[in-house]
Design a protein around this ligand. Structure first.
Ligand code: FES
Ligand SMILES: [Fe+2]
Length: 340
């Protein structure tokens, strides 16, 4: 598979990993995730190089994982550090290891060349900041290739149709989208001026009259979508401070290839209202899951048509500015990575 590997990819919600090994398919490969005695996350290939037993059935002993079959032990670098019944350990006896780090309540791993790590995994200034509450959503698996799920996230035009029963406000369908691009992100956005607040905004934003609302869909290449969504009373200031004072949410989706036809979908939502209110978080989680189910249903069908079967070429239209830029940017990045 042609995947971009030199990037931080979310591999688990932080609370999914413990000293009990967790098996997870990532980039088409069986991997095992656990925490060492200091609580640091470790991501290794799951297959023991002795006789291929799955390491996730083994145990974490101190900082090492022990194979359930004959007791070989591996450290976080992937090197074997103990072989029952023999002193000499061949240097070749090791499993693949991916560097990892935590941010935004997620564990991120680097499936590519470690020497090409230049920065930390993505963060956000409002995560953990006063006045902001974070909902760490249940991790999902989308039954479609990562390119298709990414495409859906730079395509706000589908919202008025696929999500008409959930989040799709009908007064936005004809408001044009502005698309812009920089070195590492693609942004699709629009302001809908003098609009009726959508139901969630009416409820939590306490708006008495019309609002100016915005949708800013930023795709941080190659795998993170951040949607900034909110409203201010119509005609008021639009600077960051004013937008932070009224109704605002940031929805994050961090995507990671599971295999050629499925994608891990880690998500979280930051909000500036109902601080710490667990009931509001539960209600938001249910609403997001209902919306994701609508995307999943459609993308699964498209995956069967295009990803598994043979389909005629697509036709791109005026609404596909985000898609065009996304495909070009991903192809360029992949070409650059494979040429290095
Ligand atoms: S298969 Fe892992 S120790 Fe033998
Ligand atoms: Fe959608």
């Amino acid at each position: 598979m042609n995947w971009i590997r030199d990037a931080w990819y979310a591999v688990a919600r932080a609370d999914e990993i413990s000293a009990k090994p967790l098996a997870r398919t990532l980039f088409g490969a069986p991997m095992v995730l656990f925490r060492d005695s200091a609580g640091a996350a470790v991501v290794l290939s799951e297959v023991c190089p002795h006789k291929s037993a799955p390491l996730s059935l083994g145990e974490v002993v101190g900082d090492h994982i022990q194979c359930p079959y004959h007791g070989l032990m591996f450290e976080r670098s992937g090197a074997c550090v103990h072989v029952p019944g023999q002193q000499q350990i061949p240097a070749s006896l090791r499993v693949a290891s991916w560097p990892c780090a935590e941010s935004l309540g997620l564990v991120w791993a680097w499936p590519g060349e470690p020497a090409r790590i230049t920065d930390a995994p993505p963060g956000h200034a409002r995560h953990g900041a006063a006045g902001w509450t974070c909902l760490h959503g249940t991790p999902l698996i989308f039954p479609a290739a990562i390119e298709r799920v990414l495409d859906n996230l730079v395509d706000p035009a589908h919202t008025s149709f696929v999500h008409r029963r959930t989040i799709g406000g009908s007064d936005a369908a004809d408001v044009p989208l502005q698309v812009s691009e920089s070195a590492d992100q693609i942004v699709v956005q629009r302001w809908i001026d003098g609009s009726e607040p959508v139901p969630v905004m009416r409820r939590h934003g306490r708006f008495e009259a019309k609002v100016d609302r915005w949708q800013v869909y930023a795709l941080h290449l190659p795998n993170l979508s951040v949607v900034d969504f909110g409203a201010v009373p119509a005609g008021t200031a639009r600077d960051e401070a004013s937008r932070d004072r009224h109704y605002r949410t940031y929805s994050f989706a961090a995507l990671t290839p599971r295999d050629a036809h499925s994608t891990h979908y880690f998500w979280l939502v930051l909000r500036n209202f109902a601080p710490g209110d667990a009931a509001v978080s539960a209600e938001m989680e249910a609403a997001y899951l209902a919306t994701f189910a609508e995307d999943m249903e459609l993308l699964e069908r498209i995956e069967k048509i295009r990803g598994v079967g043979e389909a005629p070429p697509e036709t791109l239209l005026a609404i596909d500015g985000g898609t065009v830029r996304l495909r070009r940017a991903l192809a360029a990045r992949l070409a650059e990575e494979t040429q290095r």
